[in-house]
Design a protein around this ligand. Structure first.
Ligand code: ZN
Length: 177
């Protein structure tokens, strides 16, 4: 503050001297010269002060800019990270859905298989029952049952496999392999 006051006073004196420039008195001239030189010295000081301040202001501005840049970069990174996280989450959820779907498919496949097995079993039983009810021929004294009546002999009678089996008869090795 003191310096500012000095500058102000000197500036006023300088401007006064400038107006007194036309004065013819010697003393006034020498005083003017002395004050002018002081003025110039002060001016150079002022200039250096201004330069210093300018440099400082510039430095502060640069630092501010650097800080803003760093903040902008940090925010950009943060947003990129956020986006990546969202993407990863979406992928994880998609993976979860896929897994659930695969699981459901596996379950459906299992059910189908079970159903097919049941149907197959049923078909087998049905086929077996059909076989058991198939007509075969037995001889009154034979130990075998035959598909062909000729093989069973002259006195053969028609019956079913189930009945033949209940009589402990076994399939003929020639016609009922
Ligand atoms: Zn036979």
């Amino acid at each position: 503050m003191k310096k500012m006051k000095k500058i102000l006073v000197l500036t006023i004196v300088c401007s006064m001297l400038t107006s007194l420039g036309g004065c013819s008195k010697r003393e006034t001239k020498s005083l003017a010269a002395s004050l002018e030189s002081q003025c110039v010295s002060q001016e150079s000081q002022d200039n250096s002060y201004l330069r210093d301040r300018e440099t400082k202001t510039k430095k502060i501005a640069e630092e501010d800019q650097a800080a803003r840049d760093a903040e902008a970069r940090r925010q950009a990174q943060e947003e990129a990270e956020k986006r990546n996280q969202a993407q990863r989450q979406a992928q994880a959820e998609a993976e979860k859905r896929n897994q659930a779907q695969r699981h459901a498919q596996a379950e459906a496949e299992k059910r189908n298989q079970t159903q097919r097995h049941a149907q197959q079993k049923k078909a087998e039983i049905s086929s077996e029952n059909k076989n058991k009810s198939a007509t075969v021929y037995i001889a009154p004294t034979g130990k075998r049952w035959h598909y062909l009546p000729k093989c069973a002999g002259k006195n053969a009678t028609a019956t079913t496999i189930a009945k033949a089996e209940s009589l402990n008869l076994t399939p003929c090795k020639k016609c009922a392999k």
